[in-house]
Design a protein around this ligand. Structure first.
Ligand SMILES: N[C@@H](CCC(=O)N[C@@H](CS)C(=O)NCC(=O)O)C(=O)O
Length: 215
């Protein structure tokens, strides 16, 4: 097995690859950087973002690439990227959209509107439009969940389901009524959080369970 190092931040998009590392029981050095400035982090990732994975010293960035790199460390015959070539294409279709559109464009607009304009008067409008785009994007997820509705790709678990968990948590964080408004997405995530790897990673990163037990 290669030597692995993983830079993450609890609750961020790094959660998906973090769970995958635990799913595969990989031996990895996990690092939570406190400073993402160019001076502190620039040599690790010049884009100054987490997550970052180092495989025998080779740095890999971007969630879809990192999920792919980790999945390739799974025993032969795994279906973490889909069971057929078409399912693999679907997995990349999902990951590209989640990373580029939902994360970069929608959540970027909401949480980092200054990336889209130098006009301080335009910031509020960008945030408001981003809120609408996020909600519509979740509607799209709800419609596009695969056969049976429990998985994103086909009828089995793939890395895309882990990536969807990141955005499900964020949806709750920004106050969307995820359970009421997106019942299929919710069922898929309720199914996913039963995995030991999810439970372990949430504990490890000191994040609350996604669905609190009803008393
Ligand atoms: N496209 C990148 C996005 C990475 C990204 O934006 N990560 C966030 C955490 S979710 C981050 O590092 N934020 C720090 C910042 O914006 O300063 C990916 O898919 O990995």
């Amino acid at each position: 097995m290669p030597a692995l190092k993983f830079w993450h931040y609890p609750g961020s998009c790094s959660l998906a690859p973090h769970i995958l590392l635990r799913e595969l029981n990989l031996d990895v050095e996990v690092i939570q950087p406190t400073d993402l400035s160019a001076a502190a982090f620039g040599t690790i990732n010049p884009k100054l973002r987490i997550p970052v994975l180092s495989i025998d010293g080779e740095i890999v960035t971007e969630v879809p690439a990192i999920l792919t790199a980790i999945a390739q460390l799974a025993p032969a015959g795994h279906s973490l990227l889909g069971k057929t070539p078409l399912e693999t294409a679907r997995a990349y279709e999902w990951m590209n959209w989640l990373s580029g559109y939902l994360h970069g464009s929608c959540y970027g607009g909401l949480w980092r509107p200054e990336r889209f304009t130098d006009d301080s008067g335009a910031l509020q409008g960008i945030k408001e439009k981003a809120q609408v785009n996020i909600k519509n994007a979740y509607g799209f997820v709800e419609e596009r969940l695969g056969a049976g509705g429990l998985y994103a790709v086909g009828d089995g678990f793939t890395v895309v389901d882990l990536y969807l968990l990141v955005f499900y948590r964020w949806g709750k964080q920004i106050g969307l009524e995820m359970e009421r408004e997106f019942p299929k997405y919710t069922d898929a995530m309720k199914n996913l959080v039963k995995r030991e790897s999810v439970v372990k990673t949430l504990e490890e990163t000191k994040l609350a369970p996604v669905f609190e037990a009803k008393i």
